[in-house]
Write a protein that binds this ligand. Structure first.
Ligand code: ZN
Ligand code: ZN
Length: 275
């Protein structure tokens, strides 16, 4: 017998998530069409008040509730600067699987710099043909945003370059305020984001298929790092450098610590020897 997982989504992410689940046929994904825009939108008309993790968990619970299933799954993406390379735009994808009865959550994440992202203010001098190229239309889609009567207006999901140029020309002539364009990051509009969601789904499926040796629950995996390594030059302990990976269970306290193979750090990386 298979276990049903309700996938809480509005923007059709089933196509990106389902292929990974073919590896675990005892789990069946079913679409739970909830209005995920209630939890906030990329284009900003509805602000996101929860963290991406809490948003995904809330959407997963809403999907499970809608279909009356024990398991709910939802995805959440954030596009912003890369945590290590702040000048690089990156896509941070997150998937949360919630088990309602046993009250646990499995969260998996995927960080990728492979995301097509562009935004630009539009004025009378903007070269619209060039803008089409920067936004990678029609492969990716774009949103047009502007202000009118103190309201934020958004035209979403434009793939067709002709349509895009026609809309922008019209709005430019109407002299609307604060006219701008940006990549549409909804899954259905962004093939580069779709690939990142698929990669995150692969990681989640690996986690679902890995059981805890302590209690046999699903979801065993990396939960973090243990920190603190001494410098070879001065012997000072550097609290920010990890020495081990920590693996844990979502349901019990059992955990394992696996050394990263380093027992000291090079003085070149030391805050005291090389500040
Ligand atoms: Zn040192
Ligand atoms: Zn366990």
């Amino acid at each position: 017998m298979s276990t049903t997982i309700a996938l809480g989504t509005k923007h059709g992410k089933l196509a990106q998530i389902a292929p990974a689940f073919e590896r675990i046929p005892e789990w069946e994904l079913t679409l739970a069409e909830i209005d995920t825009d209630e939890f906030g939108t990329f284009s900003g008309e509805i602000p996101r008040t929860l963290s991406p993790r809490d948003t995904a968990i809330a959407k997963a619970r809403a999907g499970a509730q809608l279909l009356g299933t024990d398991y709910g799954l939802a995805s959440e993406g954030s596009i912003g600067s890369h945590p290590q390379l702040p000048w690089v735009t990156s896509d941070h994808e997150l998937l949360a699987l919630v088990c309602v009865n046993k009250d646990f959550v499995i969260v998996e994440t995927h960080l990728s710099a492979d995301i097509h992202a562009h935004k630009e203010d539009v004025n009378e001098n903007t070269n619209l043909e060039q803008l089409v190229a920067h936004l990678d239309l029609p492969v990716h889609a774009a949103n047009i945003l502007y202000n009118q009567d103190n309201d934020l207006k958004v035209i979403k999901g434009i793939h067709d370059p002709k349509n895009f140029i026609a809309e922008l020309s019209k709005l430019r002539e109407a002299s609307v305020q604060n006219l701008r364009v940006e990549s549409d990051f909804r899954a259905m509009s962004s093939p580069s984001r779709q690939r990142n969601i698929s990669a995150c789904a692969e990681k989640l499926v690996t986690r679902i298929s890995t059981r805890c040796v302590g209690c046999n629950e699903i979801g065993w995996g990396k939960v973090g790092y243990e920190y603190g390594l001494p410098c070879r030059g001065c012997g000072q302990m550097l609290a920010s450098v990890p020495h081990s990976e920590k693996f844990g269970c979502v349901a019990c306290d059992y955990s394992e610590v696996v050394s990263l193979g380093q027992h000291s750090i090079d003085p070149a990386r030391c805050d005291f020897c090389n500040p």
